[in-house]
Design a protein around this ligand. Structure first.
Ligand code: FAD
Length: 310
């Protein structure tokens, strides 16, 4: 990449936050993936706007990642600028209704869902219990309409401030978001989520914390959290379960190199230690093919691919 791009970035981003040839395996939960030409760890949304402006005027591609927990990055990495939000300011702002019945909580897209859920629980507000064990950022969760145990981001979402394709910050309310199963309008439009406002109902602190504890125990029991993964790799086909289809196709433990179908939960593809992204990609392809042969169902990846050819 042209040196002038690095120089322009250096004028508006603090030293140490711009990394050349950044190993993306350090920024993804699969712990695989090659280098990005440049990765910038942004501190706030103004920096995101500046980087996007520099990328556009320099004609360099850019890609946003939150916590990298729903992504597979190719072993060749990414030719462009990765804007990484996981070190964004982490302040959570609360506005309680005068009668205390509900509370509005806002935070940056880089805040973790786990922190937001825990803060809400400590304040005695309910609605984010389902999100406590989802390891993503708030921005990534809005983009994916993340959900678990009967809850989804859309249930507690009020609005998000996003950067649009013209570099303007616009506010999207719930009705603008076109939320669906693991989808939102952000994926289509390629907006960047900057800040999000949630609304939670008054609850009882101990009951909320007990619910979070129970859900996290269920996760530990059922999911292979001891291995690197991106959670459930495939979307749930309507009325069916991806894990069950994979198990029924005889693929429990099936592997390509160190990439394997988890024996504990067949919906999770895991990195047993030294898997490459190529191994994981090949495993995904083989699982799709074999499940189709066995059941006629075409599994669709839930995870986002970066740096692979279409
Ligand atoms: C062990 C484990 C368990 C999981 N359990 C669940 C679960 O129960 N339910 C569930 O729904 N998911 C689950 N996941 C998947 C994942 O945590 C969620 O999808 C999460 O919401 C992704 O957030 P992220 O910040 O990691 O996104 P990333 O992986 O960083 O990004 C995902 C996509 O969103 C885009 N993106 C990220 N941030 C922004 C932003 N601010 N603006 C615009 N685009 C953005 C990226 O470009 C990418 O396309 C699990 C993952 C793991 C590893």
């Amino acid at each position: 990449m042209d040196r002038s791009v690095f120089d322009k970035l250096s004028k508006c981003i603090a030293p140490g936050r711009i990394i050349e040839n950044a190993r993306l395996s350090e920024y993804t939960s699969f712990k695989t993936g090659g280098p990005a030409d440049i990765l910038v760890k942004v501190g706030n949304s103004i920096e995101i706007q500046r980087i996007v402006a520099i990328a556009k005027e320099s004609d360099v591609p850019f890609y946003v990642i939150g916590n990298g927990t729903n992504m597979l990055v190719s072993d060749e990495g990414y030719r462009g600028i990765v804007i990484c939000l996981r070190e964004m300011d982490n302040d959570i702002r609360a506005e309680k209704a005068s009668n205390g019945d509900y509370c509005r909580l806002s935070c940056s897209a880089g805040c973790t869902l786990a922190r937001l859920s825990s803060e809400a629980a400590s304040m005695g507000y309910s609605g984010l219990e389902f999100a406590a064990g989802i390891p993503g950022s708030v921005g990534g969760a809005v983009v994916m309409n993340a959900g678990a145990y009967g809850g989804e981001i859309k249930d507690v979402f009020e609005y998000a401030d996003v950067l649009d394709e013209n570099g303007d910050v616009i506010r999207l309310k719930r009705e603008d978001m076109d939320f669906g199963y693991r989808k939102s309008i952000i994926q289509e439009k390629e907006y960047i989520v900057l800040d999000v406002m949630f609304v939670l109902k008054k609850g009882e602190e101990n009951a909320i914390k007990a619910e979070i504890k129970e859900l996290n125990e269920r996760r530990r029991e059922k999911q292979p959290l001891e291995y690197a993964s991106a959670g459930s790799t495939f979307k749930r086909p309507e009325g069916l379960f991806a894990g069950k289809l994979i198990e029924d196709a005889g693929l429990k433990g099936f592997s390509v190199g160190d990439a394997a179908v988890s024996e504990k939960h067949c919906g999770f593809l895991i990195n047993k230690g030294k898997a490459t992204s190529t191994d994981i990609y090949e495993l995904i392809s083989q699982v799709i093919e074999k499940v189709y042969e066995k059941s006629g169902v075409v599994l669709e990846p839930e995870i986002k691919l970066l740096g692979f050819e279409e």
